[in-house]
Design a protein around this ligand. Structure first.
Ligand SMILES: Nc1ncnc2c1ncn2[C@@H]1O[C@H](COP(=O)(O)OP(=O)(O)OP(=O)(O)O)[C@@H](O)[C@H]1O
Length: 231
């Protein structure tokens, strides 16, 4: 269980998160929605430790991770699929996957066959360079790399951005399988409303650094949410 309590985050003097509260349960998908620039990625960065918070606290399964370095958060069970994927274009698919080993002990460093069950396309591309993959394949690689640590919290920042529909469907299926397995909490930052609605057990809509609407996914009122997603 992830708990974000009254979190404030600044870039210099500019405040990007204002007293943000969020929870994410194991075995559930929590979607963060909102238009460009409202603080969704900042919240993902606060959770994963990519940017320090100035106020509030963040706990994962009771452990206060608020001031932990990203590597320590990864060891505590947090995996992150950043916006834009951040694949190493000069490394092969296999080498990109190996970069996911960093938080693991030597004895844990192997790629479980389940990764290739989830992403069969990657198995046939292990020797290809990351930069030669399509955007959708790179996104699948980024998710696979994150799953290598068998995380307890998976944070995905706009995994559908710029991706073709067939691969969006594949990513949807993977998230559904991960949810069913019930071993991790999933936080999904998303601007694609239909994708979010289909997957959300819980949702939070952000506007100007604040969570302004939240609730259960099956009680999401499309009009109310869409009002905060269109410019
Ligand atoms: N590194 C940074 N330095 C300064 N300001 C930043 C930085 N990153 C984001 N911001 C600002 O913080 C605010 C929130 O940005 P953030 O990226 O969290 O929004 P977002 O909802 O994820 O938007 P998008 O969908 O475009 O990624 C914006 O006003 C943005 O310009």
């Amino acid at each position: 269980m992830l708990l974000v309590n009254d979190v404030d985050l600044y870039y210099g003097a500019s405040q990007a998160l204002r007293k943000v509260n969020l929870s994410a349960e194991t075995g559930k998908v929590t979607c963060i929605l909102g238009r460009n620039g409202v603080g969704k990625s900042s919240l993902a960065r606060a959770i994963t430790g990519r940017h320090p918070v100035r106020g509030g606290s963040i706990t994962l399964n009771g452990l206060d991770i608020s001031s932990m370095a990203p590597a320590d958060r990864a060891r505590a069970g947090i995996a992150y699929v950043p916006q834009g994927r951040e694949i190493f274009s000069q490394l092969t698919v296999q080498e990109n996957l190996y970069t996911g080993y960093a938080p693991l002990k030597r004895s844990q460093r192997h790629i479980s066959p389940e990764i290739f069950d989830l992403f069969p396309v990657l198995k046939s591309m292990l020797k290809r360079r990351g930069g030669d993959l399509s955007g959708g394949q790179q996104q699948q690689l980024a998710i696979a790399r994150a799953l290598i640590t068998k995380p307890r919290l998976l944070v995905l920042d706009e995994p559908t951005e710029g991706i073709q529909p067939s691969i969006i469907k594949d990513i949807h299926n993977v998230i559904t399988i991960l949810r069913q397995q019930g071993e991790m909490a999933i936080v999904l930052v998303e601007q694609y409303f239909d994708f979010a609605r289909e997957l959300a057990d819980y949702y939070a809509v952000m506007d100007r650094g604040e969570v302004i609407l939240s609730g259960r996914g099956d009680e999401m009122v499309e009009e109310d949410v869409r009002r905060h997603m269109t410019v």
